[in-house]
Design a protein around this ligand. Structure first.
Ligand code: KG4
Ligand code: ZN
Length: 332
């Protein structure tokens, strides 16, 4: 079954064609970063306008690279939320029109659900139940996935998301956006044992996260100028990774879940991938990690999620709407 997935929740217009929820035929992405960079952040109105300009050429190019025609598409899948409302609407309206014109079913997926399903584009198809650590620019969530489309959020960030912390620290260092890859590059030249950042202590038994205290400590260290930016970046990255890995492994053990899946843009971070792999093998946990190019926002993960939840009977009507704050536990 060929699924066309559309992602327009933020500043990337991306379309993926995926066969049977696992095999990527093509994935195309039109990034708007250069446009928003001038303003120091994503400007919602500009994002919507750019999606509108890009959506048709991106779909056409994705089809052409996959060597499939519109007539070969069996299902249309689209991110329905959460995200920027105007940006989401472009994808949702386009997907509805396409589904109607092709007389093919439509499914609306949650953005975090799509991130989790990036794991199905890897070497092996994950089994359930699994505990997903979704770390992106807007979320740091621990999600218990009991089956296809069945989610329970067991941990969230109490303040900044992990990706947001990377972005804010990068900005304070005068680095570009997105900050994660910039910090990772800088950290590779630094010594992570040089600066001791405080570890946020949360209530016993809580699987929540907090990064704003760490962010403040990093900003202070930058002002004091006792350390090199490289050492600060390396120490910051190590502290974030230790918190993510520690809480995830504790939650898996407490919940009695033997499988962990990593997802979201921050999952592209090499230290996080390595440390989580190490902790999982020490604790006898099976780990799924998506290929790096499918960690950040892309249409292939939306297509994969659409395939698997549609198989469970989920289908959207032409009433499907974009919802800026769509909750994960109740799906469109
Ligand atoms: O999932 P994503 O593409 O978009 C959202 O849904 O937010 O995640 C983007 C986030 C940004 O905050 C970015 O700085 C972070 O992922 N990120 C990284 C890396 N690559 C992207 N963070 C740390 N290390 C990376 N290599
Ligand atoms: Zn995302």
């Amino acid at each position: 079954m060929v699924v066309l997935g559309i992602e327009t929740s933020c500043d990337d217009t991306s379309v993926g064609l995926v066969n049977d929820g696992t095999q990527v035929l093509s994935v195309l992405l039109a990034s708007q970063i250069h446009v928003h960079n001038k303003f120091g952040g994503v400007v919602p109105e500009i994002a919507s306008r750019k999606h509108l300009e890009s959506i048709v050429p991106v779909v056409e190019e994705a089809l052409s690279r996959a060597r499939v025609g519109l007539g070969d598409v069996d299902l249309v899948s689209v991110t329905a939320g959460p995200g920027l409302l105007g940006a989401l609407l472009v994808g949702v309206c386009f997907a509805k029109a396409l589904s109607f014109a092709l007389c093919k079913p439509l499914v609306g997926v949650h953005h975090l659900e799509a991130h989790i399903y990036a794991n199905f584009l890897g070497a092996s198809v994950p089994q359930f139940p699994l505990l997903a650590l979704v770390v992106s620019g807007g979320h740091t969530d621990l999600i218990l996935v009991r089956g296809h489309g069945v989610y329970q959020v067991v941990g969230v960030t109490l303040d900044d998301a992990a990706g947001e912390a990377f972005d804010k620290v990068a900005r304070a260092m005068g680095l570009g956006y997105p900050g994660g890859p910039e910090i990772e590059r800088l950290a590779a030249r630094g010594d992570s044992s040089k600066v001791r950042f405080p570890k946020t202590r949360l209530e016993e038994g809580s699987f929540d996260f907090s990064f704003s205290g760490l962010k403040t400590a990093v900003l202070r260290a930058l002002q004091e100028a006792n350390y090199s930016k490289e050492d600060i970046a390396a120490s910051f990255q190590r502290t974030v990774v230790a918190s993510l890995v520690g809480t995830t492994v504790s939650a898996a053990r407490a919940l009695g879940v033997g499988r962990i899946a990593l997802a979201g843009g921050v999952a592209a971070n090499s230290l996080l991938r390595a440390e989580l792999a190490d902790a999982c093998s020490r604790n006898g946990l099976q780990l799924y990690v998506p290929p790096k190019q499918f960690c950040t926002d892309n249409g292939a993960m939306v297509a994969s999620a659409g395939f698997w939840v549609h198989r469970q009977g989920r289908q959207a009507s032409l009433e499907l709407n974009a919802v800026a704050d769509l909750p994960l536990e109740s799906q469109p």
